[in-house]
Write a protein that binds this ligand. Structure first.
Ligand SMILES: C[S@@+](CC[C@H](N)C(=O)[O-])C[C@H]1O[C@@H](n2cnc3c(N)ncnc32)[C@H](O)[C@@H]1O
Length: 416
């Protein structure tokens, strides 16, 4: 099978619905993720929890963690299960909340909703209501539920911020959440993050772990606890899926969190997002730290020169300590080369690091030993080329792991 890239959001949703319709209607088919009762047991669901659940629900279980480790659901609660699938968590919640509580199970895939509705009706789960709907536009009024549970759905949602804002909207103030989802430590930076095939396999759509926690904090959630992290993809029957997961350091996590009494103000949200440590961490994860260090070196060199020139035109003369100036340029040039050396661990080539190191040494020499404009310009040009090549190698490495062709335009399905 070859999947052609260039997809819209609608295509991602269609791909998700196609995949999970099969999980609902033909659960014994081959998938690249674990499905069924055994999968649930491997994730930590206890036999007592699973015993007694209808077979039709267990056979289509496709969760990625065990949100029950968080223990946030109480008798009488109104619980919302987002991306409920065939309903393992919804039915466990149904028992926990008892006759005085209720469970609303929302899912995007009509086949899953139909399966859960039929199972609930046939097996007397009278307090469970299955509804078709999207996590990005929950079909519920504001502040109408006590607890949200979700297992494996958020990574499949195109607009995570919107889905998290929806969670905040429908939860009552102080309401609790238990979330199991796939997260990654290294972001996907090639142009494939909207590949429907890669998306439905739960890695490409996943968010960087720290960024997901920040999305929740930004939206107004507090008391966020990572209750458990798990090497979920170790259970994948596909060697290629295991390789993709290892390359992006993907794993699943069980989270417990609480909705704050009030939504954060726009200013508070802006200040949180503008935190320079967040920007620095994002640059580092995306392999852009070398480009940032190079930009700083160029700014230190030519930016300072331009500022001195402009101030001079305005009749303002400033004295500049040339050693400090040259020192700043050299520090950033050497930092660029150092970052390129770290990149070698990722893509396996030392060419950018060695080339960058030679260029940084030339810049250092021309700044402190014998100044030459030609050497300075050549040094920066070679350093920029090394940064560009490092970038290219990182992308090529990701494309290879993801099975994308050189053009980055096509992807082949993972082979088991
Ligand atoms: C990995 S499965 C997990 C199903 C279920 N939670 C379980 O543990 O078996 C993800 C489920 O999320 C649903 N889903 C995906 N995107 C969604 C969205 N945007 N809104 C609501 N549900 C979605 C899928 O249809 C699928 O049933």
């Amino acid at each position: 099978m070859v999947a052609v890239l260039g997809y819209s959001r609608e295509q991602i949703i269609a791909a998700v619905q196609d995949m999970y319709s099969v999980v609902a209607t033909a659960p014994t088919a081959e998938f690249h993720f674990p499905v069924g009762r055994e999968a649930a047991a491997a994730l930590g669901y206890s036999p007592e929890e699973l015993d007694g659940l209808p077979r039709s629900t267990l056979e289509s279980f496709a969760g990625v963690g065990c949100p029950w480790h968080t223990d946030v659901i109480r008798e009488g609660d109104t619980v919302l299960d987002i991306g409920a699938g065939a309903g393992v968590d919804a039915l466990i919640a149904s028992r926990r909340v008892g006759a005085s509580g209720r469970v609303i199970a929302v899912d995007l895939t009509p086949a899953m909703v139909a399966k859960l509705a039929a199972t609930a009706a046939e097996n007397g789960y009278d307090n469970v209501r299955a509804m078709e709907g999207s996590a990005e536009a929950l079909p519920l009024p504001d502040e109408s539920v006590d607890v949200i549970t979700s297992n494996g759905a958020l990574n499949l949602v195109p607009d995570k911020r919107r889905a998290i804002a929806e969670m905040f909207r429908v939860l009552r103030p102080g309401g609790r959440m238990q979330i199991s989802d796939v997260v990654i430590r290294r972001p996907v930076t090639v142009d494939c993050d909207s590949d429907p095939r890669l998306w439905v396999e739960c890695v490409v759509g996943a968010t960087v772990d720290e960024e997901l926690l920040n999305h929740f904090r930004d939206a107004g959630f507090e008391g966020i606890e990572v209750v458990r992290s798990l090497d979920y993809f170790a259970h994948s029957p596909s060697a290629q899926t295991r390789e993709i997961a290892a390359s992006f350091d993907a794993y699943s996590t069980d989270l417990r969190l609480r909705r704050a009494q009030r939504a954060p103000s726009r200013i508070a949200q802006f200040l949180r997002r503008a935190d320079p440590r967040r920007a620095a961490a994002a640059l580092w994860r995306r392999g852009l730290a070398g480009s940032a260090a190079l930009a700083m070196a160029l700014l230190a060199c030519y930016g300072t020169l331009a500022a001195i020139g402009l101030l001079g035109l305005a009749g303002i003369g400033i004295g500049l300590n040339e050693t400090v100036w040259a020192g700043a340029i050299v520090v950033f040039a050497l930092a660029t080369a150092g970052i390129l050396a770290i990149g070698a661990r990722y893509h396996g080539s030392w060419i950018p690091a060695i080339t960058g190191g030679v260029a940084a040494a030339a810049i250092t020499g021309t700044m402190f030993i014998a100044y030459s404009l030609a050497v300075e310009l050549a040094g920066f040009l070679v350093l920029a080329a090394a940064v560009g090549y490092d970038h290219y190698l990182r992308r090529r490495h990701q494309s290879r792991v993801l099975g994308l062709h050189d053009s980055g335009q096509q992807a082949t399905a993972p082979q088991p």
